[in-house]
Design a protein around this ligand. Structure first.
Ligand SMILES: Nc1ncnc2c1ncn2[C@@H]1O[C@H](COP(=O)(O)OP(=O)(O)OP(=O)(O)O)[C@@H](O)[C@H]1O
Ligand SMILES: [Mg+2]
Length: 510
């Protein structure tokens, strides 16, 4: 079964904003239609999905016009709409997979025996042949997304809305998650609305593409029409849409800056000596045998599947987790007055001045109540003058398309806006070493290019960058060397190197 979605002059304005987050929209989606919803970061995609799912809190804003799902106002209690979000971890609530699948059905008040019979069936339908007792925490990111989909499958929804369901998934598992979404849609025949910045994954599998702009729908049509119509190209680029095979990829210039080509790097800032890393209280390391050296002007990309230990390695390099064994050592150029060589041993003020870290989850990091204050904090603590700080804040706001949001509360930003703010706040005081976990997720093509420019600028100023990322185009654009974790090819290697990681030289300076 499936329900149609209709919007007539529908808009939603948050209480603390002048402009509508979405709309006004006039839109008709027929029952069972599959729609890919595109638009710049901040265009209102998530807001619209939440409105369709009926989960926009009434007191948080004001609606105009009308939005109907199956001819009625959206109401989550009817259980007709299944919602999937971008962060795999936020989808998993219980410690056993069976409880997660059962949760939605329990909320609908289905009888226990129905639930019990349905749980294994839905797990199986999503390719998760696991016992209901299987621990949820042991799942990879892709499996967690499939678990969320199993819960939706079990509820037999009439509408499925998905907000960047593959954004935090490694590229190989993204296809797997996409196919799982299509399985649920095929079995339920539900109306489907998916938001994703990376369009290639979906273009062949949807009936229609709808592009949202600042005030309503900018373009809509069959995917092949939208992406091949020469009259639309300009509009789509202006909205930051990633047009398949035609995306802006600014690259690192060879001539300017310290690290333009290999051999022209600055002094070594940080190195590791037979480093193994582990989460607190874990008995076995997540990654071992890391002998790395990081120079001024150098970018290092850490890649590998979900669960390979990438974030743990980043946190350890940043001096925020102790080494499991071996050492992280700061060289004199980075120490500059810090007595001890290990960043983990530095007091937090010394650490903050030398190594900037952006966590995978942006919202964990905000400390102030406005975007401008958040950007100004680092430079102020580092002793910059008011004029210097202001100039830096203005530069970052403009470079990342956040100027209009300078006074907004960080927690009120869209997903992509939060990510840009967390990265910019770390870049603001120009620390020598920058360690970032998935810096580009949730970005449209224009904001992505803005982030690339900012990292290139930091490298040209003699900073070193370590980036955990699934976004290989980003790593290429900043000329990163690659460290692949969880690489199991060492058995076949003849060089006697026992490391289970794998370093490849990046392409530098074109
Ligand atoms: N809780 C909130 N309070 C106030 N403003 C908000 C809130 N949530 C979002 N906004 C604003 O509404 C606008 C649309 O946000 P929304 O999250 O719908 O965008 P989006 O298209 O999903 O963006 P992204 O691609 O970055 O996720 C943005 O300007 C955002 O700053
Ligand atoms: Mg969003």
């Amino acid at each position: 079964m499936a329900l149609p979605i209709t919007a007539a002059g529908f808009s939603w304005t948050h209480t603390d904003r002048d402009q509508p987050a979405v709309g006004p929209l006039d839109l008709q989606i027929v029952a069972g239609e599959k729609v890919l919803l595109l638009g710049a970061s901040g265009a209102g995609k998530s807001t619209f999905l939440h409105a369709v799912a009926g989960v926009l809190p009434e007191e948080s804003g004001e609606a105009t016009g009308e939005l109907l799902v199956g001819g009625e106002k959206p109401d989550p209690r009817r259980g007709s709409t299944g919602l999937v979000l971008q962060d795999p971890d936020s989808q998993v609530i219980f410690s056993r997979v069976g409880d997660d699948v059962a949760f939605g059905m329990e909320n609908l008040g289905l009888p226990a025996e129905v639930i019990e019979a349905q749980v294994p069936e839905s797990l199986h339908a999503l390719g998760l042949d696991l016992a209901p007792e299987h621990p949820s925490a042991a799942l990879s990111g892709g499996q967690k997304q499939r678990l969320a989909l199993a819960g939706i499958h079990a509820m037999a929804p009439e509408v499925i809305v998905l907000d960047e369901p593959t954004a935090n998934i490694d590229p190989a598992s993204a296809t797997e998650v996409r196919d799982a979404v299509l399985t649920v849609q095929a079995e339920t025949q539900a109306t489907m609305l998916v938001v994703e910045h990376r369009v290639e994954l979906w273009t062949e599998h949807v009936d229609r593409v709808i592009v949202l702009g600042g005030d309503g729908i900018v373009a809509q049509g069959l995917p092949e029409q939208i992406f091949t119509d020469p009259d639309l190209t300009e509009t789509l680029i202006g909205c930051g849409i990633w047009i398949p095979q035609d995306s802006p990829t600014p690259r690192r210039g060879g001539a300017a800056g310290i690290g333009g080509t290999s051999g022209r790097l600055g002094e070594v800032l940080l190195r590791t000596d037979r480093l193994s890393v582990a989460r607190p209280r874990m008995a076995t390391p997540a990654a071992t045998g890391l002998d790395l050296s990081l120079s001024a002007g150098q970018a290092l990309g850490i890649i590998g599947a979900n669960g390979a230990g990438k974030s743990t390695t980043a946190l350890t390099l940043a001096g925020l987790l102790p080494e499991f064994s071996g050492q992280v050592l700061a060289e004199a150029a980075l120490r500059e007055g810090a007595k001890r060589p290990r960043p983990f041993a530095w007091p937090s003020k010394q650490l903050a001045a030398r190594i900037g870290m952006v966590f995978q989850e942006p919202a964990h990091q905000f400390l102030t109540s406005s975007v401008a204050a958040e950007l100004e904090l680092g430079p102020r603590l580092a002793g910059w003058s008011a004029a210097e700080s202001q100039a830096r804040v203005d530069e970052l706001l403009a470079g990342l398309g956040l100027t209009g949001l300078a006074q907004a509360h960080p927690q009120s930003l869209s997903g992509g806006e939060k990510r840009r703010l967390s990265v910019a706040a770390m870049l603001a005081p120009r620390p020598r070493v920058l360690i970032v976990d998935e810096p580009t997720f949730g970005q449209d093509a224009l904001t992505w290019a803005g982030l690339v420019e900012m990292f290139l600028d930091a490298l040209d100023h003699g900073s070193a960058v370590v980036a955990v990322s699934h976004d290989l185009a980003f790593l290429e654009a900043i000329g990163a060397d690659l460290l692949e974790l969880g690489y199991r090819g060492h058995e076949e290697r003849s060089d006697g190197n026992k490391s289970d990681s794998h370093v490849r030289a990046g392409e530098r300076g074109e």
